[in-house]
Ligand binder design. Sequence first.
Ligand SMILES: Cc1ncc(COP(=O)(O)O)c(C=O)c1O
Length: 383
Amino acid sequence: MKNTAQRVAGFKDSIFGVMSKLAREHQAVNLGQGFPDFDGPEWLKKIAETKIDQGHGQYAPFMGTPSLRMMVSSYYKSYYQLDYNFESDITITVGATEGLFSTITACVDPGDEVIVLEPFYDSYVASIEMAGGKAVPVTMHAPTFSVTESELEAAASPRSKMIIVNNPHNPTGKVWEKTELEMIVRFAIKHDLLVISDEVYEFLLFDGATHYPLAQFPGMMERTFTISSAGKTFGLTGWKTGWVCAPPKLSHAVRLVHQYVTFSVNTPMQEAVADGLGKLLEYIPTFQKTYCEKRDYFYDGLTKLGFEFPKPKGTYFMMVPIRNKTQKTDVEFAMELVEKRKVAVVPPSAFYLKSNEGQAYLRFCFAKKEETLKAALKNLQGL
Ligand SMILES: Cc1ncc(COP(=O)(O)O)c(C=O)c1O
């Protein structure tokens, strides 16, 4: 029998799957999986039921239902004063992950280089490699997880095609400062790069932090793909409904890929998300309060256990330094925790290509019921 493609020969099972399997085997509290262990809002689930009852049982237009594209356009306008035309600039995708894949496939030719800031969301590098491109990492350094302009410059080459920025940032919980984004903007414009701005956690902000979409900065709209996800915004990751926003020429290229990868996205869920986006103004404050309380509860618990790190300002992740607890690597320590302490976390070294800084951290996801967080903290007592 012939072999499967070389393209996938270097891929491994994702660290999330590995840790979740271990969590099940050891009956551990699972703070590894990056999604809530509770459901999204009841009112939105009811809307989805109604949408199914009303029909909506056939393929949606391949670029997304008009109602959802209109609502996406309208929230970018009202929150960020960004003008995305619903006909030409917005494509609904199967979650942000498909949006990332379709965008990268639409932009990256074999041999092209894509600058990624590590630690990164793991699908970036896999998608770049499947397109035949090369990921060029720039390390975000603790404790602020910053990068310098000279580090970015060192990663640039005549083959640089694109940079991918994630803000708010998984796994560090960092919300990029405006001045830091201005530096990335200068760099992207100087090297005439295409830009993916992965903003799936755009509404998961705490302590008055502000989200600045990269497309807002002068010279950026024409080169930026803004990607987000209803799965994150409504805490319904299983709905897998996301979008890519970009000017017509860029969106057209994404749509050419998207039409052959998935063709279209689940119709009733698009209709429900459209209604959900219509209620963002009422919904977001409660959403932020819920997650802020979880963050504070879990952060207090971890600091009482002796972990020391700045409180993250966004997302539902904490990147927790472990060197005052152990000299083991993140992977070794994560294995010890799942086996002996019955707590599963993610060792973040899987999110780095270049640096070994991730070995000194663990990623905890606090998008969990209070009882789950309580059980994890109890199991970690006396570390
Ligand atoms: C930074 C980042 N981008 C994209 C995604 C994927 O989002 P979706 O579930 O909508 O595909 C995730 C999910 O964890 C993420 O953390």
